[in-house]
Design a protein around this ligand. Structure first.
Ligand SMILES: Nc1ncnc2c1ncn2[C@@H]1O[C@H](COP(=O)(O)OP(=O)(O)O)[C@@H](O)[C@H]1O
Ligand SMILES: CC(=O)N[C@@H](CCC(=O)OP(=O)(O)O)C(=O)O
Length: 299
């Protein structure tokens, strides 16, 4: 039997018995700046998120916006500099980061989800002290490493029918500083604190590739560690896969790295047998199907 219901279900009532198995699942989606695309792509992402909500899941969006920060810094004549994938963030830079992430980018996503029929509420790590940080590395300046998570506000929002949209900006432990947090790091910390069923990291490549350039569709954490050690995983994929490993240690059931520019990327991953991108999890890493299976409860 083909359980790929997106392809086979002809009516909503045919699909509903499958969809009900997803009810209550907490899915944290990290929407990276490079995955955002134009207004049409944003609208499509928003429709996917709203559909997840409509079938009873609890989607939580945590976004990036690196290219948009670069843009404004450029216009202001401030140079962008990255060390190991993270932005060197001065006092001046962090003001721009907060303006762009909590303002421009956050509200663009909120608006798109609301236009698609959802009830999105935009917050940052500062709201209700949701994410409290320490200095990540003094060399990076005001870049934060989450050390205290208070995610009740997120549960309250999705419990009340809303879709939280979170900007990775946070408060410091001391002196009320503002910290810039890498979007992947923030999404991982949120997913861990929520003990999420899935963390989807949407990026601009189709998944984790091996030395021959093929996407590896299912990975055990040990394989990921080996690929980092032997250099098959490099550059921006290192913080992403390290976030995945940490999230799994913190109790997230599975992490998927996938191409957010592919139409309906989230739905393909969650609802189809073949999925999308690279699935990283501790149990049954090589067993398919990984989406919906007859007899499965939840994800
Ligand atoms: N093994 C690998 N598989 C896939 N991408 C890799 C790998 N190693 C390095 N990369 C690089 O990592 C990039 C993704 O990281 P990044 O650009 O930081 O994403 P984002 O901006 O979406 O957070 C890819 O575009 C690719 O150039
Ligand atoms: C510390 C750090 O690097 N913060 C990131 C936050 C935004 C982000 O992560 O955006 P993407 O997901 O689009 O890359 C930055 O300043 O660019």
């Amino acid at each position: 039997m083909n359980r790929d219901w997106i392809a086979t279900a002809r009516t909503l009532s045919e699909a509903l018995p499958y969809l009900q198995r997803y009810s209550g699942a907490v899915v944290v989606v990290k929407f990276g700046g490079n995955a955002m695309g134009d207004d049409d792509a944003m609208a499509e992402f928003a429709r996917d998120i709203v559909l997840m909500k409509q079938v009873g899941m609890n989607p939580v969006v945590c976004h990036g916006g690196g290219p948009m920060i670069n843009d404004l810094l450029d216009r202001l004549g401030i140079e962008s500099r990255f060390v190991r994938g993270k932005r060197v963030t001065t006092k001046e830079t962090v003001e721009v980061v907060e303006m762009v992430l909590s303002g421009l980018v956050n509200k663009r996503i909120v608006q798109a989800i609301n236009d698609a029929g959802g009830r999105a509420v935009g917050i940052s790590g500062k709201d209700d002290d949701m994410m409290v940080c320490e200095v990540d590395d003094p060399e990076l300046g005001f870049v934060g490493r989450p050390v205290e998570m208070n995610v009740q506000i997120i549960r309250d929002l999705y419990g009340a029918g809303m879709i939280p949209v979170i900007a990775p900006v946070a408060t410091g432990m001391e002196d009320n500083e503002t910290f810039n947090v890498n979007g992947d790091t923030a999404a991982g910390a949120i997913a861990g604190a929520l003990q999420a069923d899935r963390l989807l990291l949407l990026t601009d490549v189709s998944g984790v590739k091996d030395a021959s350039g093929e996407v590896v569709t299912a990975l055990h954490p040990d394989q990921v560690r080996a690929m980092i050690a032997d250099g098959q995983i490099a550059g921006g994929m290192i913080p992403k896969t390290e976030t995945a490993l940490k999230a799994l240690e913190d109790g997230v059931r599975a992490v998927v790295i996938l191409d957010g520019r592919v139409p309906n990327a989230c739905l393909l991953e969650l609802f189809t047998e073949h999925g999308a991108g690279s699935l990283i999890r501790t149990t049954e890493p090589r067993v398919k199907p990984r989406g919906l299976r007859q007899g499965d409860t939840g994800l």
